[in-house]
Design a protein around this ligand. Structure first.
Ligand code: AMP
Length: 122
């Protein structure tokens, strides 16, 4: 098992964050380096390193991540215009923090999902 990350400390409130939501399954907090006007991370409280590590036991938490994304999008006032949910996995997915997290991005047009620009590996 990969060691826990900074996100576990945020979940346990051992490190500060701009936390928007927490229940028994998931926690949501603002990304420290926002890429759009709204950029929130939604994470399972249990340390699951990546999508590739998911088991059936995780389905309740993973489902909750979507309903919390919907709730926060409404609270942030971005539901009508829309938003993007992103989950990166592993090296090719450019996952930086090995604790599953869903990015909630919005507040403006987030742009094309993937473009040629994204293929230059910069
Ligand atoms: P990913 O590339 O999908 O692994 O995204 C990791 C995200 O975590 C990045 O958007 C970072 O800005 C964000 N991040 C890293 N450390 C923190 C932190 N302490 N608080 C909030 N967001 C963080």
């Amino acid at each position: 098992m990969i060691e826990e990350t900074i996100f576990s400390k945020i979940i346990r409130k051992e490190l500060p964050s701009d936390m928007l939501y927490q229940d028994e399954l998931v926690t949501a907090f603002r990304d420290i380096n926002p890429q759009r006007p709204v950029h929130v991370l939604i994470v399972p409280n249990r340390h699951i390193p990546a999508v590739d590590d998911v088991t059936a036991d995780d389905e309740a938490a993973l489902g909750r991540m979507f309903s919390v994304a919907r709730k926060i999008a409404r609270e942030e006032g971005i539901s009508d215009d829309g938003y993007r949910l992103v989950v990166n996995c592993g090296e090719h997915g450019r996952q930086e923090v090995p604790h599953i997290h869903m990015h909630l991005l919005g507040g403006e047009d987030v742009g094309p999902m993937l473009s040629r620009k994204n293929r230059d590996h910069s």
